[in-house]
Design a protein around this ligand. Structure first.
Ligand SMILES: [Zn+2]
Length: 136
């Protein structure tokens, strides 16, 4: 029996472009063409002005850890033996927040304000995930 895997994202019409970008190692964000607001996760309309005129723009991929949690419980069978497990809320330079992990950083080394940049991790033939690494 294969090792259990964490559930993978299922692209929808709203976020397909985002996931295709991640697979190409590009972090794309929706930007409102009327007010300039960045929206994440992708939605049909702007959360500020309601406009449906949106464009996809490439994020700098840079940000900082806004918040984090370290879990010592394997809340999914795929996490058995991998705890403690750090989960971060990264605030990107564009102002949006993204829930992810910081690779190459022990969970007890996570800090609020830690500068990070995006990296991409292929998790299947079709799906990659945006993760982050600490920048000096
Ligand atoms: Zn707007």
């Amino acid at each position: 029996m294969p090792d259990p895997q964490l559930p993978l994202p299922t692209p929808t019409l709203d976020n397909l472009e985002f996931w295709q970008g991640v697979k190409r190692q590009e972090l794309l964000l929706q930007r409102c063409q009327d007010c300039g607001n960045y929206t994440f996760p992708p939605r049909p309309g702007c959360v500020v002005c309601g406009s449906t005129r949106r464009e996809w723009v490439r994020s700098s991929g840079r940000g900082k850890v806004h918040s984090f949690v370290v879990t010592h419980q394997a809340v999914h069978p795929a996490l058995r033996g991998k705890t403690p497990w750090g989960i971060v809320d990264v605030e990107l330079e564009e102002g949006v927040h993204m829930i992810s992990n910081v690779v190459g950083c022990a969970p007890h080394d996570l800090r609020i304000g830690l500068p990070v940049e995006v990296v991409f991790e292929d998790v299947s033939a079709e799906v990659a995930l945006p993760k982050f690494r600490v920048v000096a």
